[in-house]
Structure formats: C-alpha cells, structure tokens
Design a protein around this ligand. Structure first.
Ligand SMILES: *Cc1c(COP(=O)(O)O)cnc(C)c1O
Length: 392
C-alpha cells in the first residue's frame, strides 16, 4: 500500500463519513505550497477554506503560537490572559467596534450574534420582537439555529424542528427586506455570499439596508466569517461598503489556522450580553489568540494593498482562459464562472492532478488563496489552472 492508502483506509474505517474527501492526504506545507503523503507538490488556492491567512507554517505565526504554547495553553475564561485582550484591542482599534467576544468557529460566532440581537430587543421592547431577516442563498453555519438562518432550502432538512424566527429576503431587493422586517430585531447578511457562489451584494442595497435598520432600531449583523481578516483587500469587507454594522462576526482566517472566532460589538450592542448571558469553554484560547495577534498585526495597509493587487493579477489571467465566462468577488475571494457544460467539481478534481488545490461554490470554481501567496506561487497555480481548463 502507498502512504496515502494506509492513511485513507484507516480514516474510512474510523472517521465518521461526513466528508466527501479528495483522494489525497496532505502532510506538510510552506506558504502556499504543500506536499502529500507520497511527496507530490501542490499550490494551495484554498488556504483550508480561507483559514490559513498567512499560509502554511508562517515563521512569525509559528513563533507567536509556540511562544504562547510553551507558557500556558489554556486556563478558562474565569481568568485573564494577555493574548485575548491584546487581540480584542487590536480588532477594536482597527475597526471602530467597541467590544469583542471570542468563540471557536463561524457558526458559534453567528449563534452569539443572534443571541445578542434577541436580547437587545428583549431588554428594550420586551418579548416577541425576535425575528431575524437573512438573505436568500446565504450561508451562516451548521448548528440547528444557524442552519435556520441560512437562506437555502437544501439546508432545511432532516433535523426538524429548526429554530423559529428567521425569514429570508431576496438579495438586492430593498422593498422585500423592508416588508420581511416587520416584527424583526435584526438583519443579518454576508457582503459577498461565499458558499452561495461568491456573489457580492450591491453596495447601494447594503447602504439602504443600513439606513432602514438605523431608522427602525433593527440591528445590522454582518457575517464576515469568510470575507473578514484581509480576505477582500481591507481588514473587514464592511469598510469597503462604507457602513457601520452593530455586530460583525469573524472566524475562518482570524487565527491563521487555529480554531478561533470573534463577535465584534458596536456602540448599541457592547453591553447587551452580561456576565452569565453567554460563554464558551475554549473561546479566547491564549494560543489561538496569540496566533490571531500575529495575523492582525501583519495585515497593515501595504499588505492589504497587495491582497487587492494579487486579486487583480489573478482576474486578468483567468479571464483569458478557455471556458471562463466571468469572475466575481473581491480581493483574494474569487469565483470563476464557467461555461454551462463545464462542472466546477470536475475542474477541482483535474486541478488536483495538475498540482493545484481549488474550491467550488455552487457552479463556480472558488479561489481563497493564502493572503501571503507569492507571485511565483501564483504563476504556478495559474499555469495549472490554465492547463486544467484547456483540457476540459
Ligand atoms: C464558513 C462560514 C460559516 C460557518 O463557519 P464554521 O467555522 O464552519 O462554523 C458561517 N458563515 C459564513 C459566511 C461562512 O463562510
């Protein structure tokens, strides 16, 4: 048996079969380059679904994480630790938000945001004003409540009864949002629907939604689990929309590869959740936060400018490739729209054979490379994508 076959057969027997894995086992990597169990090299345009923002095994990140690891790995939120407060301070100073709650993943961050919105309204208006409007085709997570918040019927199956109190508005249709908002306490949306197909929501619509929310004291929750932490060329995507959300959720890229998520609270929401209202055992783990401090401190203006430039570089080259109808997205969150007869999943499979790791999002090929990807790595990836599409 090959190294891969040994790893695969054990996994198939003992790991719950909830994932359709590709027939590859990864063992090591540096920046956007990684190696499988039999030594084959790949360029990674997935960053572990937007998680490894500084790529594989970044030197500064390893130093930050292992430095904390050899001091104190965990103590619980009953005590103070330095990395948690440092990261919260950086996030608030960079975004203008006021307070941070740390969680472990995107769904958990969104759950906390939902709880905060409902409590804000309960405290001020009493029971009943609990509905949250989200958008059709959105994705907000896999817990029972965040599945309920997800505006795609395919996710509303098997696990009944789902959490009540969610209604879905048509993206970019402000009249529909206003109509669906009767009796609501919040509007929650992604600025670029990621899992839904890398679909940016129109700026004018988001601005109008913000205005409508302010006028009616609905909280505006922006799910930046995928778009946040430099992914779109600004620290958070909402900056490019020129809005001031009441709550922002962040996860995927924030820990640089360790499980970490954050709920950012604005002026209206910073004191809503009080001692005992919300908690999590692992949230704010000092190792994960030390990694987060390194990630955020690296994402200065010049770094973010590079993210935008690399995105343009990819766009220009991919646009000229066969079977490409268009490219959507922002910065290094890109969706390649293909000819109708080309299946995105087939492109990803063939890409692996040609040494490039890609993602899908609905009918598109999705790219979420590490933000630190170098131009030589990009060129290798683009060559492999070109070869893959030419042979489809
Ligand atoms: C990935 C994602 C989530 C869920 O995050 P998990 O860490 O998998 O729970 C929620 N919202 C958006 C926009 C996402 O992209």
């Amino acid at each position: 048996m090959s190294n891969f076959e040994i790893i695969q057969s054990r996994d198939k027997e003992y790991v719950a079969n909830t994932y359709g894995r590709f027939p590859v086992a990864m063992v090591s990597g540096k920046n956007a380059t990684c190696y499988d169990a039999d030594g084959k090299e790949y360029v990674d345009l997935t960053s572990g679904i937007g998680v490894n923002s500084l790529g594989f095994c970044d030197d500064g990140w390893i130093k930050a994480v292992t430095g904390q690891l050899s001091k104190l790995q965990h103590i619980s939120n009953l005590y103070y630790t330095e990395p948690c407060g440092k990261l919260a301070e950086m996030l608030c100073q960079r975004t203008g938000m006021k307070k941070v709650f740390f969680a472990n993943g995107g769904a958990e961050a969104n759950e906390g945001a939902i709880k905060c919105a409902r409590k804000y309204s309960f405290d001020k208006y009493g029971a009943g004003r609990s509905k949250i409007v989200t958008l059709r085709n959105s994705f907000h997570g896999r817990t029972v409540t965040t599945l309920s918040a997800t505006g795609q019927d395919v996710f509303h199956n098997y696990f009944f009864p789902f959490t009540e109190g969610f209604e879905f508005a048509e993206p970019n249709d402000i009249a529909d949002l206003k109509e669906k908002s009767a009796g609501a306490c919040a509007v929650m949306l992604e600025l670029i629907q990621g899992e839904g197909g890398v679909l940016p929501i129109a700026k004018e619509y988001v601005k109008e939604a913000e205005k409508f929310c302010k006028e009616n004291d609905l909280l505006l929750i922006i799910d930046e689990v995928q778009t946040g932490v430099g992914r779109t060329g600004s620290l958070y995507c909402f900056e490019q929309y020129g809005i001031a959300p009441d709550i922002v959720t962040s996860a995927k890229g924030i820990g640089g590869g360790l499980p970490l998520a954050a709920i950012l609270f604005g002026e209206k929401t910073e004191y809503v959740l009080k001692a005992g209202d919300h908690a999590t055992t692992f949230g704010g783990n000092p190792i994960a936060c030390a990694g987060g401090v390194e990630v955020i401190s690296r994402l200065d203006e010049s770094f973010l400018g590079e993210v935008a430039k690399k995105g343009e570089y990819i766009r220009e080259r991919v646009r000229a490739m066969p079977h490409v109808r268009g490219i959507t997205g922002l910065g290094l969150m890109l969706g390649i729209e293909l000819d109708d007869d080309i299946k995105a999943a087939d492109v990803v499979k063939k890409g692996i054979q040609n040494g490039v790791l890609l993602l899908t999002a609905k009918t598109k090929v999705r790219l979420l490379p590490p933000l630190t990807i170098t131009y030589p790595e990009l060129d290798r990836a683009l060559e492999a994508i070109g070869k893959t599409l030419t042979n489809m």
